[in-house]
Write a protein that binds this ligand. Sequence first.
Ligand code: MLT
Length: 249
Amino acid sequence: MKLSVHFTPTGVTPAVLAGKPVVVLDILRATTTIVAALANGAKAVFPAPTADEALKIAQNMGKGDRLLAGERRCLPIPGFDLGNSPLEMTAEAVGGKTIILATTNGTPALVASESGQPVIVAAVTNFSAVVEAARHAFAEAGELHIVCSGRERQFAIEDAYVAGRYARAALSGKSRSKKALEMNDAALAAIELVRRYGDNWSVPISAGAAAHDLLRLRFKADVLAASTPDQYDIVPVYDDRRVTASSRG
Ligand code: MLT
């Protein structure tokens, strides 16, 4: 079996992921926001790599029930309906709507992962549901990739720590003999990070530059929400350019 963590999407080519199960995460905040939107009744989320691309997708869709959402430097994009805060994704705001979301790191990482099968959208807020789906996909395929969005093509500690939590959970109960299990260096390092921080989500998630920027911009509640596990029992999957959700059981 082979487990790979990617600290940024930089080396993630379509060929690397083609047909393999992939877990994508951007804890602060894009995947946390996608999970909140779908859990609160959004029909689908279309991730766009740029704001211009989001506008193009919206034009092709017609006005109807769609909302444009996203951020630049963590702040809402002028002219868009919503920003990139999970707390904005209330049932009143997003219920029954299709959302087109453009963010700096998270939505490009999702688009870069589109050749995977399935491409599971992960946060802390749907941790247990995704662990179950990822373990199942890992057992079936014999391979699992965990893609961190990172920050501006650099390492982001909150994504790396959560990748380590997912990696550790995916491996639990599996033989660690070298023959049976191959891990890349990033998977080893992510699991070491979990040893360093333990099971407390909020310390590593608040430790990095992304959290500091969000705190400075008064998004402390978003950081807290993004660090609170298992608020939702859904497994969002990215397929055919959109993310939709199924719940367990
Ligand atoms: C991103 O995709 O870069 C982030 O979600 C930024 C943010 O926190 O809004």
